[in-house]
Write a protein that binds this ligand. Sequence first.
Ligand SMILES: Nc1ncnc2c1ncn2[C@@H]1O[C@H](COP(=O)(O)OP(=O)(O)OP(=O)(O)O)[C@@H](O)[C@H]1O
Ligand SMILES: [Mg+2]
Length: 550
Amino acid sequence: MQQGQPMIVMSEDSQRVKDKDAQDYNISAARAVAEAVRSTLGPKGMDKMLVDSMGSVTITNDGVTILKEMDIDNPTAEMIIEVAETQEDEAGDGTTTAVAIAGELLKNAEDLLEQDIHPTAIIKGFHLASEQAREEIDDIATDIDTSDEEVLRKTAETSMTGKGTEVNKEYLAELIVEAVRQVTVENEDGENVVDLEFLNIETQTGRSAGESDLLEGGIVDKDPVHDNMPTSAEDADILLLNEAIEVEETDIDTEVSVTDPDQLQQFLDREEKQLQEKVDTIADLGADVVFCQKGIDDLAQHYLAKEGILAVRRAKKSDLEFLKEIVSANIVSDLESAEEDDLGFGDVTRDDEDELFYVEGEDAHGVTLLLRGSTEHVVDELERGVNDALDVVAQTVSDGRVLAGGGAIEVELASRLRDYADSVSGREQLAVEAFADSLELVPRVLAENAGLDSIDTLVDLRAAHDDGDVEAGLNVFTGDVEDTFESGVVEPAHAKEQAVTSAAEAANLVLKIDDIISAGDLSTDKGDDEEGAPGAGGMGGMGGGMGGMM
Ligand SMILES: Nc1ncnc2c1ncn2[C@@H]1O[C@H](COP(=O)(O)OP(=O)(O)OP(=O)(O)O)[C@@H](O)[C@H]1O
Ligand SMILES: [Mg+2]
């Protein structure tokens, strides 16, 4: 090899972006993601309509759902989406907030980088600030009596505001609080444990959300397979079956040639016998009811009816999983080896109007939240909203700490972090201040989305907090600054802690990178043949996936 000639160690297709360019590239990708969800924040946030490549439509206000459904094709953007996913897993709500704060942290970090502050100083400062923020949240939070249903309802309502659940939020909040109460048990240490395993959500289209209901036990939205079957069974032995009650088919195609009618009859008799045997096995086990996840042959249906067994076919897997808990059964996937112990025990009753079965167990007290809505899209968004609220209430019941929402907590945190910054030496101090500024994004965006002046709002909020009004937040409906805790905008402390922490961690992860080496085009979609020029404005595949969102 000749002297002075650079040695090429990377393949021709690979791309490398370094230092400032790498930071710019990453920060703009992360910010683009945050921008995309900002407009959905708060009660006056708008919804997004997402159309996937198959043409199916999702209409939602839920941060994590938007980000998951968007066809994002950029490695950095995906790191920010993980923030939303973590928030969803850990807290169930606050996904938009977490992502928006992460974006704002990076925006403010960019300014610090411009001032030649080294990324490690920013990272350190952000880390210190997020640790301090957690402590402050704990200090600011109000401890509630977890049996106080009114405050629980408020947390549920706050998390449902601005979602498809909005119109019926009071009624739904009542159902949600009651549902959580029913699945809450106290452990030996006197702590509340909420077991959402015993809570099932079912959806039905056709009526309005106001006609949703909370039901004891589980439900199966199916009809009996045969008219001559009983439609209900008390103190029933219940078989949950994950095997078809049909003639077993051979794996390979076989051709049977029959030469005389007797042979054909024999063949059919054999099939009949096989079905009869299966039904006999079920009857011998002592089952009064069979919920079968797979198919049931016509003839078997007839035999089952003759035995007086109530049978349902093609029950949903999730329903069986839930019923398993309710009636304490095992799901049987091989009839031959099934034992009496595998059966569960409970009452099965029929609701003729809604055409579904209620299943109640003896010991396990599971509940089903039956959500109704006019159309599929309405019900789907309703379910997402209710899921958030369920998590919020469950968390509040087990954690017991709540905060004033509407930006109150963020402004208070910002003010305390600014005080804290004075005790931090060096350039880290600037990062702590930038962190405080970033938290104030929440009230600013809440105001913006409500058509209010975000600067005026922030000035008013800061003034109120300087006067010691820890719970001063924005009433997005009137534009006034008021005690939001009093007016019923209440959020769980745990979700806020999580949002702040994961936003800081994600921002730091992005800031630490000064070199991007990509084996190909800088997008995660290997099939994308468009050249994504990184650095100046080029964001790999971001353009296509996100263009329409902003
Ligand atoms: N009535 C209200 N007045 C003022 N602010 C409110 C009110 N209800 C909720 N908020 C605020 O709205 C914010 C939550 O908005 P939103 O539910 O859209 O986003 P998120 O919870 O961060 O994300 P997601 O629900 O999509 O996971 C919180 O800051 C909360 O305090
Ligand atoms: Mg929310």
